[in-house]
Design a protein around this ligand. Structure first.
Ligand code: UDP
Length: 371
């Protein structure tokens, strides 16, 4: 069987890498090729290097001032020769990006079976997250097979009349990636990025790690977030380390408000292994990222999510994640409470992770073998 795995952004690469490796292991049954759209160029390449994945097709679509109209069109048109050249039986896409939706449509046009990894996440709020909710809903309509990370996501698909026989609950491949990486990161010697982080981390302080990039938070949201981080740095004993996303809508407010604040360290986005190392060193993580809220509980780190709604309610239900929106007061109060209330902290950091056991990719490959 011919398998084409398509992705374009950093989080997709992290979550698809274990699947690429798993399919590549079985050369008797599968011919596996990787196509990157390079929706995020630099951040994608770091992940490919870490996993030693060499794309067979590279659409190299990142442009200055990328917009959704041309990106969507370019991906569909760019996929045509790839699909005609390789004629895959199965096209795998992941999650909720423009790459996911556009490569899904292109795969459908080619006649391949479209397989959606991390299927069934929903907010049912068309504009939050924007444009991800619509990307994932459309991909759900296109896909022939749906690999849902949890039963909650499977139930969303069933509610939409998706045939049960086409859905498999697998756990999230992000945990496969994390388990592989934690082991590798702990054995890494003389990694320059990690050595550099060691010079920044102050072991006498509680480390608060921050990431953020969601479009829905651009503008006032990021201004509130930055004001909250400033207050936390000024009023607690915490050290804040913040790898700042490369999007100019994020860079501008963050550097304007936080560049000169004591105890706040703004750094470039980290490669995945260095980020895993830093997550492991941190006490609390504040983020609007989807992947980070899934990873952190496996490392025993409480997460504050700077969003009003989440398509990942499982962790909120279990209690490893708190939704704080972009309300500055709430971010400051919850962070301060976790930094000072040891019982609350211990309880939150010892809860189990609802997102899987690290065997999601194996389950996907077994399913395809049987079908
Ligand atoms: N990540 C990384 N370097 C960083 C920040 C995050 O490698 O500086 C990883 C993180 O471990 C997670 C993924 O990138 O697996 C999350 O990506 P992002 O927040 O961009 O997207 P989302 O998860 O919200 O789709």
């Amino acid at each position: 069987k011919k398998i084409l795995i398509v992705f374009g952004t950093r989080p997709e690469a992290i979550k698809m890498a274990p699947l690429v490796k798993e399919f590549q292991k079985d050369k008797t049954n599968f011919e596996t090729k990787v196509c990157v759209t390079a929706q995020h160029r630099e951040m994608l390449d770091q992940v490919l290097e870490f996993y030693d994945i060499k794309p067979d097709f590279d659409l190299d679509l990142m442009k200055p001032n990328q917009n959704l109209y041309s990106l969507t069109a370019d991906i569909i048109v760019g996929m045509k020769p790839v699909l005609e050249n390789f004629s895959p039986d199965y096209v795998f896409v992941h999650g909720d990006t423009s790459t996911t939706m556009s490569a899904g449509i292109a795969g459908f046009y080619s006649g391949a079976k479209v397989c959606h990894i991390e299927a069934g996440l929903r907010t049912y709020n068309k504009r939050a997250p924007f444009p991800e909710e619509i990307n994932r809903q459309i991909t759900g309509r296109i896909a022939d097979y749906h690999f849902a990370p949890t039963t909650t996501s499977k139930n969303n698909l069933l509610k939409e009349n998706t045939a049960e026989s086409t859905i498999l609950v697998t756990g999230n491949t992000v945990i496969d990636a994390l388990m592989y990486s934690v082991e590798k990161v702990l054995n890494l010697e003389n990694n320059l990025e990690i050595e550099n982080l060691k010079t920044i981390v102050d072991s006498n302080k509680d480390l608060v790690l921050v990431t953020g990039h969601r479009r829905e938070n651009h503008g006032q949201g990021f201004l509130n977030i930055c004001e909250a981080l400033k207050t936390i740095a000024e009023t607690t004993n915490a050290q804040i380390i913040y790898p700042v996303h490369l999007n100019p809508n994020v860079q501008k407010p963050v550097y304007e408000i936080l560049a000169d604040v004591e105890n706040v360290h703004l750094i470039d986005p980290l490669s995945y292994p260095a980020f895993v190392w830093l997550m492991n060193q941190s006490k609390i993580i504040i983020t609007d990222s989807g992947g980070v809220q899934e990873e952190a509980p496996s490392l025993g780190k409480p997460v504050l999510v700077m969003r009003d709604t989440t398509e990942r309610p499982e962790a909120v239900e279990v209690g490893t994640v708190l939704l704080v929106g972009t309300n500055a007061e709430l971010i400051v109060n919850e962070t301060t409470s976790l930094l000072t209330n040891n019982n609350r902290y211990k309880k939150m950091s010892s809860l189990h992770n609802p997102y899987g056991d690290g065997k999601a990719s194996k389950r996907v490959v077994e399913f395809i073998l049987k079908n």
